[in-house]
Design a binder for this molecule. Structure first.
Ligand SMILES: [Zn+2]
Length: 175
């Protein structure tokens, strides 16, 4: 089946995803369907809630082929980095957001093996962004009150004129 990427306003994006106890055939199938959906949307990452599935899993590809992380957790972070961040679930908008520059992430791969990754800059940003999705957090939650208001106004404009959705190809489509 092909997945439709959910956009802001869909309640599934606001729920906390559940841990995966067993990496079974259904999970493998889900990943097999999520990866093409991510590529089709020209994203570099996609979290399960973005395709309507409440599981703690995301896929990503920063140019080294598709990867999957199951039950990911950030156990340490360091530094600060400002980066213009977009989201496949908030198409047309992007914001400069400051987050830790480096993170240490642990989790499991699709074979159930433990993974431990020290990530910097783009990959660290991607991990933090995807983790947010698993906790029901969206980009706009990182803005201050005024920025958020302006962003919501802009979002409503985009939503009410579907033909006039601005091209976001210059933005990094962090899933
Ligand atoms: Zn996103």
């Amino acid at each position: 089946m092909s997945y439709q990427i959910r956009v802001m306003g869909d309640p599934v994006l606001r729920q906390e995803a559940k841990s995966i106890d067993n990496i079974d055939g259904r999970i493998i199938q889900m990943v097999d369907d999520m990866v093409p959906a991510m590529y089709q949307a020209e994203g570099i990452g996609l979290a399960a809630p973005q395709v309507g599935i409440q599981k703690r899993l995301f896929v990503y590809d920063i140019g080294e082929g598709p990867q999957t992380l199951v039950n990911p957790e950030i156990v340490d972070s360091d530094g600060e980095w400002a980066f213009e961040e977009g989201c496949l679930s908030v198409p047309g908008l992007s914001f400069e957001i400051i987050r830790p520059k480096e993170v240490h992430l642990i989790g499991r791969d699709l074979n159930g093996n433990e993974v431990s990754i020290e990530a910097d800059e783009l990959l660290a940003r991607l991990f933090q962004h995807e983790l947010d999705h698993l906790d029901g957090v969206l980009l706009l939650d990182h803005l201050d009150r005024d920025e958020r208001k302006a962003a919501l106004r802009r979002w409503r404009e985009i939503q009410s004129s579907p033909g006039a959705r601005p091209a976001s190809s210059d933005d990094l489509a962090l899933p």
